[in-house]
Design a protein around this ligand. Structure first.
Ligand SMILES: [Zn+2]
Length: 162
């Protein structure tokens, strides 16, 4: 059974979670479930997933047993689809999903090109290189890459202190 999307989640994040559930890549999941070509992805891969067609949306909704409205609600606004070098997000919000702690999810609001602050924690957002998503097959792989990136950045900050 496919995981359900959260209201504040980005479509790409949800789609990446579904791919992780079946241990396949986002591209393979799209090929298996939609009857049209996947929209072209930018530098940040599938996380800012371009808005999908009504037909594809309906098909994914049927397969995931959701109504079309839910998937339509979490689409990425077209004006947010820009090529980026890095992506902003709040690590605490990512891993502490208050609706379901066992399900980290990528908030749609982080994809706003001007996103800077976490409204929940009132802190500056952290960033990860956009390539994290471009190089990850699915959401779990991206989470692992984000952890590795955080560890490496902390280590190098520590080395600079010594
Ligand atoms: Zn936060």
């Amino acid at each position: 059974m496919a995981p359900r999307p959260f209201y504040e989640e980005a479509f790409g994040g949800w789609f990446g979670r579904v791919a992780a559930r079946y241990q396949i890549s986002v591209a393979t999941l799209w090929e298996m479930s939609a009857s049209e070509t996947m929209p072209a992805l930018g530098t940040a891969g599938w996380i800012p997933f371009p808005p999908i067609s009504q037909t594809a949306l309906h098909r994914h909704a049927v397969l995931a047993r959701l109504d079309d409205h839910m998937l339509s609600y979490i689409q990425t606004p077209p004006e947010w689809i820009t090529d980026r070098r890095c992506l902003a997000y709040c690590f605490r919000c990512l891993v502490l999903n208050d609706v379901d702690v066992s399900a980290p999810r990528w908030k749609r609001e982080w994809l706003q090109p001007a996103a800077e602050f976490c409204r929940v924690h009132r802190t500056l957002l952290e960033t990860v290189p956009a390539s994290v998503f471009r190089r990850s097959d699915h959401f779990e792989a991206a989470l692992r890459a984000i952890s590795r990136y955080r560890t490496t950045s902390k280590l190098s900050a520590y080395r600079r202190l010594r």
